[in-house]
Design a protein around this ligand. Structure first.
Ligand code: PEP
Ligand code: MG
Length: 581
């Protein structure tokens, strides 16, 4: 365990200052099988009953919370979990194992879970196969309650929690209660990991890249974290608390100042209009986009509707989500990105479809590749988007495009979807815009050809940097190589913007660079006048825009493009003092 007042340093990936009690998450410790005496059987059975009761209470509370944040259908997963807990066969199997083998209850539960999973795996019945994840989830919850390893703090009364976890997956984050969770600290992950993006969109600080932290900190230990500097203090002293209170006050004041620009136009001092859009995931995020006066949604990451569940959402369910958002934002555009599953965004049903594990999921069956492999499922999403387009201004954006052949395939599916809707007399807008994400170097280099196939481009710098520099965006060990200012990235950004300008088509940036004020002036100078970001960043980016001229921005970009070392480009930006504005 760490000593009092221990300090750690990680990568600051989502800004903000927070303090609270540590809630440790991660994989439960390994279960050891031990023999018990006959006299201990009753006691072990009583422990089982208690663990099942606690599991039920936790699941019910989680279900109710999720119900209010997502849809009733998504919350239905938890009803399935509750059914398992009540299943007399499942309970009887555990009891039988305990009595016959005379082993500790933890080992009995674990063995019964593994046996059930093996049975489900061997069956041809796809419904039963889909239950594997349910059995595992329920099983680990019971085990967690038995061994006292739990995420109790997630459902307790505590109002200020800091989650400490090896890593946070997007599906875990879906269940977070943001009124309780004030900050996140992960051992793995980098600035553009999906957990980082989620944290920013939830407006909570996140620090990544502190190896083994969860092994060194006890549940409920007080923790302070500074999401601007990456500093984490365990058991802070009174003086440190005072210091942090002052920083938090300054932070609140900065936010107040930034809010003042919300209603002001987003124009440079020499009159160039810069369009600021919001990146969203859920219906709730739309409200934030409106508060911060985004000109529309530049990136709607639809994957959220596919995660943390047992089957693909059907067309109607997707339609309801898309329609709500498109309607709420009308007449402003909503750029709906088709599902970007794969990479680090897995689903249990996806894994069932692909029993072969991928060694390089980021280079594997991700995003548009997965969609095109399962055209019937993809068409459900396309039809849902087309139907939603009737209620406002929806645009379709395709993730991870590598070549024009993929766009042509999508167009064929779109045509089929439109014909199917027409045959059923279901209304949709015929004149929607189709765009491609440029996040793979091949697509960046082929921007000119891609522009002939689509109406607009959106640059996903998070992946563009990852794929250009061959650096896993979620791996803290190589985060020092993940460099937005690498000359090759600036070259590609300029190349894409020039191609779009020549084609007379819109190009925006929707990766994390767009909301990072260190890059605002440079991006303007490279030719980007449309930026999409987490709504929280809109005021600070607008403040910078209003303080600079396009003329200066072009000069800065040209100077940066002439340099061939990251260090020199960084020095140039630092000298430019744009951050002092
Ligand atoms: C990107 O890659 O920059 C992007 C916006 O997509 P995502 O972060 O969802 O992969
Ligand atoms: Mg991407």
């Amino acid at each position: 365990m760490v000593e009092k007042h221990s300090k750690f340093h990680g990568i600051a990936v989502s800004p903000g200052i927070a303090w609270g009690k540590a809630c440790i998450m991660g994989s439960p410790p390994k279960i050891t099988r031990r023999k018990i005496k006959v006299a201990q059987v009753t006691q072990e059975l009583a422990r089982l009953t208690q663990a099942i009761d606690s599991s039920r209470e936790q699941i019910e509370s989680l279900r109710d919370r999720i119900k209010s944040r997502l849809s009733a259908k998504e919350a239905a997963i938890f009803d399935a979990h509750l059914l398992f807990l009540k299943d007399p066969v499942f309970i009887a199997q555990i009891q039988k194992k305990l009595l016959e083998a005379q082993i500790n209850i933890e080992a009995a539960v674990e063995e019964v879970i593994e046996e059930s999973v093996a049975v489900f795996k061997s069956t041809q019945d796809s419904y039963l196969k889909e239950r594997i994840q349910d059995v595992r989830d329920v099983g680990s919850r019971i085990l967690g309650n038995l061994i006292g390893y739990s995420q109790k703090c997630l459902i307790g009364e505590e109002k200020h929690l800091i989650i400490v976890s090896p890593e946070i997956t997007p599906s875990q984050a879906v269940g977070f209660n943001t009124t309780q969770i004030k900050g996140l600290i992960t051992e793995k992950g980098g600035p553009t990991s999906h957990a980082a993006i989620l944290a920013r969109s939830l407006g909570i600080p996140l620090i990544s890249g502190i190896p083994n932290l969860s092994r060194h900190i006890e549940l409920s230990t007080p923790v302070f974290m500074n999401g601007y500097t990456g500093e984490v203090i365990i058991n802070p002293s009174h003086r440190q608390i005072q210091k942090y209170r002052i920083s938090a006050k300054a932070q609140a004041e900065k936010k107040r100042q930034e809010k003042k620009v919300i209603g002001l136009p987003s124009v440079t001092s020499d009159g160039w209009e810069i369009h600021l859009f919001a990146n969203i995931r859920t219906e709730e995020d739309v409200e934030l986009a409106q508060v911060f006066q985004a000109e529309g949604i530049g990136l709607y990451r639809t994957e959220i509707h596919f995660l943390d569940r047992n089957e693909y959402p059907d067309e109607d369910e997707q339609f309801q989500h898309y329609r709500t958002i498109v309607e709420k934002m009308a007449p402003f555009p909503v750029t709906i990105r088709t599902m970007d599953l794969g990479g680090d965004k897995f689903t249990s049903y996806y894994n069932n479809n692909h029993p072969l594990p991928e060694r390089n999921p980021y280079l594997g069956l991700r995003a548009i590749r997965l969609s095109l492999k399962y055209p019937e499922i993809f068409k459900q999403q396309l039809r849902a988007i087309l139907r939603a387009s009737e209620f406002g201004n929806a645009k379709i954006l395709l993730p991870m495009i590598a070549s024009i052949e993929e766009i042509k395939q999508v167009k064929r599916l779109l045509l089929q979807s439109m014909n199917e809707l027409s045959e059923q007399n279901i209304p949709f807008k015929q004149d929607f815009l189709l765009g491609a994400m440029i996040e793979i170097p091949s697509a960046a280099l082929a921007a000119e050809a891609i522009l002939k196939e689509v109406d607009f481009l959106s640059v996903g710098t998070n992946d563009l940097i990852q794929y250009t520099l061959a650096v896993d965006r979620g791996n803290a060990q190589v985060s020092q190589f993940y460099e937005a200012l690498h000359p090759s990235i600036l070259f590609l950004l300029k190349h894409i913007a020039d191609a779009a300008r020549r084609a007379g088509k819109e190009v925006s940036i929707c990766g994390e660079m767009a909301g990072d004020i260190r890059y605002s002036k440079l991006l303007l100078g490279l030719g980007y006048t449309h930026l999409s970001m987490s709504s929280f960043f809109i005021p600070q980016v607008k403040k910078i825009i209003r303080s600079i001229s396009m003329h200066e921005a072009n000069a800065l970009a040209n100077r940066a493009l002439s340099l061939n070392e990251v260090k020199k480009i960084k020095q140039l930006l630092e000298k430019d003092k744009v951050l002092n504005n």
